[in-house]
Design a protein around this ligand. Sequence first.
Ligand code: ADP
Length: 483
Amino acid sequence: MMRFTYPRSFLSLLLIGFSIVAAPLVFALFTNVMAFERLAAISEQAVHTAVRITQASRSLLGVVTSLERSARQYAVAGEATFLDAYRAHRASFLANVRQLGGMALSDTQRAEVTAIERQEASIEELIRKTGPTPELTRQLPREFASLAERGQLLVQLGDRGIDEGIEQLRTQAVQSRSTVFWLMIALIPTAIVLIASFTWLISRPVTQVSEAIRGLGEGQFAKPIRIEGPGDIVRLGAQLDWLRERLVTLEAQKTRFLQHISHELKTPLTALREGSDLLSSGVVGNLNAEQREIARILQENSIELRKLIEGLLNYSAVHAQASYLDAKIVQLRDVVRRTVNDRKLPIVAKGIRIELNCEHVTAYCDEEKIRVVLDNLLSNAIKYSPERGLISIKLYKERSDAVFEVLDEGPGIPPTEREKIFEAFYRGADMPVAAIKGSGLGLSIVKEYVELHKGRIEVLEGPGAHFRIRFPRKKSDTEEAAA
Ligand code: ADP
């Protein structure tokens, strides 16, 4: 794609954009004005010429009349004064013909002028040869009549010239109207394309900023933020990237803090546990029933505390490796079977029945992470199920997705908590089973792993809890997710 160099500010981008969009329209307007200007000049010229030709033709006709009169007077009277008058009229006739010859005549007009010139020359010759005789008196009317006829024809040709000029004008006008029409037809799509391109150029950086902010909100810190656009928006992008780096640092600090705390807690806890073990075992002296009970509570709670701390450590480990997928083609049904098998003890202990409804589905995924996802859902289902409850696990294909569903007959998840349960360390509020122990981390890990596979998890309506997970089965989709 062509590289576009953005100007320094958003305002100049807008100004440049709209100037470019307006350019074709200004061009059209200019072309129009020019065309009409040309048309006006041409028409003025044409009509002007035609009128001058007609005027000259009419005056030639006038001269011919005077010429005839003096010629006939000379023929009848034979006086030298009439011959002089004839000569003078002839000079002005010739001047008139020359003037006409210098004008922009049409071919027929020019031929007619030449014929008139020739005819007059033959009359002149006749006068010169015949002299003032009755013979000349007899011949002159016919000769002059034919000359006048030609002059008349020239005037008519001039009039026709004017008509033709006007007709040409009309055609020109029609022609330039159609030029303008086609110009508009071409320009409107051009303007639309330009408007669309500029809208795209203007909206792209804004979209990039909003996507960057959403990415930060969703905790995607790996990819540096880079906004392409005018200078001020690019600086905004740089600030967002700075924010991203701050968040990365904070995230790392949080993980380190968690690891330190849990590690530091382990040592005193071990001492506590060993102490309570010693007490319970009676090695340091026999205890009475009450003391034994206290020792047992101490022991149980230190075990619970250790589990919590291990959960914490586990959580930071999960977080650390949640950024990549170790993917291959996996038989999902086998993963379900193995997960259920691994949880056999608590299932049997609670008398829970498991209903498996699994199709043969393969997917390109990280087997261990999918196992952890299923195991967390299953162990929650076991934890929150009543004694002898039913847990149902489904596996099927839907379009290009693999879908898991896990249902139990426990208390379910109230609608107000359906978003919160996926947050780390969130534990259901006032439930009758609030006494059930847990760390509030299981579902946050589930969500993290599912999203790493470009999938999503939903909580569905039900009497009990009903979770549904879907993620794309195809390699390309998952690879994109891993990138
Ligand atoms: P934990 O189970 O350790 O508390 P989780 O992240 O696994 O942490 O679950 C968060 C919360 O979601 C639980 O505290 C509980 O309120 C609710 N929850 C999860 N699974 C179920 C279930 N199967 N039935 C009822 N509530 C559930």
